[in-house]
Design a protein around this ligand. Sequence first.
Ligand code: SF4
Length: 202
Amino acid sequence: MLRVGRILHGTTAEGPGRRTAVWVQGCSIRCPDCINPHLFTTRGGYDASCAEIVTGAAVAHCEGITLLGGEPFDQPSGCADLAAAAQDAGLGVIVFTGYVHEDLARRGEQERRLLAHIDCLVDGPYQAANPETRRALVGSTNQRFLHLTDRYRDYDPALAKNTVDVRINPDGTIEVAGFLEHSQLDALSTPLGKRPRQHRRL
Ligand code: SF4
């Protein structure tokens, strides 16, 4: 089981190919200016089973899953179970973390188990003072793409483009995934008449 804020199947805005994005609930790092402060608390969100997430990814014809946050390494056991189940099903695994790999490798058994089931780790905290303007998927220049397997080694974030996934739900709520500046989010809100609920990467 995993505490999640949101799951989005079939998005192309959260990494190479068609993916299931899982925003975990809870982040103890709390980078200044994080765009997802509603994911800081561990009291929000809902419980989701790993089997349910992997089945949803298969039904949506996804190539892989992306774990982001919130902070996946604040739930290392649940995220390790999910990453292992995803790889068993043939899915690739990308994880965004605000910690750095060198620290994670020293932390504990569950952290190392999660690392063992990641194909590409994007590490480092969001630093608003060092905005990234060249590479896709990351918000600041300190963040690294670490290929722990060969699966995504050909993916070059400097050649890729950031994309945005906008979905209007049957109840009229709007959800946005991908990379949008606050001003772009506001511009989207005006014609739609509602402020979208956004989860994005940093
Ligand atoms: S950017 Fe990521 S690690 Fe930093 S506070 Fe936000 S969710 Fe946590």
